[in-house]
Structures are given as C-alpha cells and as structure tokens.
Design a protein around this ligand. Sequence first.
Ligand code: MTE
Ligand code: MO
Length: 363
Amino acid sequence: MTTTDTAVSAAHGVVKPVPDAYMEDTGTGLDFGTRADRMAGHLTPNDRFFVRSHSPTPRIDPDTWSLRIEGDAVRAPVTFTYDDLWHTFPLVSVTRTIECAGNRRVLFGRQHGRRIAGTPWGRGAVSTAEWTGVRLRDLLEAAGVGADAHDVMPVALDECGARRPMPLAKALADDTLLALAMNGEPLPPDHGFPARVVVSGWLGAASIKWVGRIEVSRAPIHVPWNTEDYVLIGPEHPAHGPVLGTPINELPVTSLVELDWPAELRPRPQLIRGRSFAGEQRIASVAYSIDRGPWQEARLTGACEAGAWTRWHFTWSPAPGDHTISVRATDTTGRTQPSHVPWNRLGYLNNQILEHPVRVSAA
Ligand SMILES: Nc1nc2c(c(=O)[nH]1)N[C@H]1C(S)=C(S)[C@@H](COP(=O)(O)O)O[C@H]1N2
Ligand SMILES: [Mo]
C-alpha cells in the first residue's frame, strides 16, 4: 500500500495523513503513534507527531474564534481574538515532550496477563516539539486572577468538550503555555489549532487542544478527566470523595529504544539509539543491559533539559540469535524505572524496564 492510499482510504477522524511508513495505527480511528524506528531528530516533525484525540479533529476558523477567561476567581472576564494572542504578549518558545499517560498500555496488559480498556498504545504515544505561544500566566494576569484561585481549567471546542483542571501554581509556571505554533508553523489542525495548552512534564491529557475557554475557580474542580479517567485506580490507590484513585499529573521516568518491536538486526557493530524522558525532571543517566547482563552506561547526546526527552546511544555488536535490550534511565532527583509496575485498572504510567526483543540474523 502506498502512503497516499493509506491517507485517503482510512476512515478516521484525523486530518493529516497517517501512513504506516511512520505512524502506528492503534485502530481507534483517532489515535496514531509515532513509530519508534522512524523517529527523526530531537524534535518530532509535525507530520509524524503522535495524535491522541477523543473526538474527530474540529475545523476552527481563527477569524471567528476567540478565547474567554472567566470564572469566580477572575476579577473581570476577558476575551482574546487570535490576533490579540499573537500581538499582545511576549511570544515564548520551549521544547517540550508530550507523552500520553496510556503509552505502552498494550505491554502493561501483557505484563499483567490482563486485557485493559482504552487506546491500545504500543510505544508511540510520545513526541517532542518546539512550542511557541504565550504564557498562560500572562493571560491569567490580564484577567485579574487573584491568589485565591485554586484551579485553572482549559475547556476545548471539540465534540467531547475535553477539559481538565490544573492547580494555580502549575498554570503560573514559566513553561506552561498557550501554544499557537509547533516547530515553527501554526498548530496543525490535529494538534489543537488555533490554540492548545502545553503543560510541561505532565500527562498529555493536561495539554488541552482546541481551547475555547479557560475557567478559573476558587474551589477545586472535579470533572471526569480527574475523577475517573487519567486516574490510577487499583488496590494501592484508594478513592477519596468523587475521585476514584490517584489523579495523574507529573510523569515518571521512561525510555524508548528506537527499534521496531520485535527488532530484526544484522550481526555487525551498530549504534542502538533511544530517548528517555523524566517529565518535569531532567535525565541524569541511562543504563542498558544486553540479555539481562551487567548494566552499562549509554552515552547521552544533544540537549538534556527538564520537560523534554534526552537522546542517547551505545554501540553493540550482536551475535546471531535472539537477544533482549533493557534500558533504565535515572533523573537528577534519583527517580528511576522499576522492574515492575503494580496493576492499575486503566493501564497508565507503564514505565517498567522493558526487555526489548531483538532477533539477529545474517540473512
Ligand atoms: N481538546 C482535546 N485536547 C486533548 C485531547 C482531546 O481528546 N481533546 N487529548 C489529550 C490527550 S489524552 C493527549 S495524550 C494529548 C495528545 O496531544 P497530540 O494529539 O497533540 O499528540 O492531547 C490531549 N488534549
Ligand atoms: Mo493521553
């Protein structure tokens, strides 16, 4: 099948082409991962950035669109046009990784021998872009948000009306943006045009796309995305009040080997590449183990900053046969990847050390 065939024939709710050549189809019609063996540079090009949407990509006219900031914790509600946003506030650019809390859910199901509802993600629900936009803080200040504000909740214009609150402190952070552009281009429709929130280091679901309204409240806000979805639910996560478990915010340390799963390699010296991500923290080191042997240090390459993945590589000369590659990253606060992640009902935050299967043959 050619790329074009895939793009035009697939029945899905995404605007951009999602060819098998570099995207991983989860089968939901809305969710497409970035293929681990087709990651390009440090930044994920817009055409291959993963897509996770709960309803079809809306087409929004920027000339009639506006953003309203309102709620009982703003002094006076304000409305901004698309043009206002581009010209009223300093434009800030940050490189940030977005990862879905459900990334690696299929592997989590296998680890626990159970089926899990939810998008069947392999390893592709993670990508990185340079986001350009305005600080959420600047918008909130313009609306006169006081210190008595508790939660800030972006509300989307898509069919599902996506929304999820964050505490005031996170909304005021230097690197919490209302993004207008991605990798130097206006946001593509699938990634939130005309404006999306980027909440650095938090689960992807916090980074609401297609924002139309921001609600600022003096009281904590409860919505399905922080009471029953994007919540760790299981024996270790008792419910409190309307919340069924532990709501997910910051992401744990994770690693990705840039190979297909399972991988097919030739028996010759070669670079094994990958990326590790530590949410709000910074990666300190990455270790790898071949066939469960001793841990060795991988070499970190390129940028290494909080909120974005860090690339690494090592050289390997594999002998023919079946092998495994395990990777364990550690961040500067000492967090690392466990050898086992306890069960949670929705299969979130699977950051366990994976044994990446590799077949090496001369053929
Ligand atoms: N409006 C809206 N925003 C949304 C979503 C959505 O379905 N609707 N999905 C969220 C989830 S679960 C993730 S992981 C990220 C994915 O962002 P991307 O599609 O740009 O990769 O968007 C978040 N923002
Ligand atoms: Mo997500």
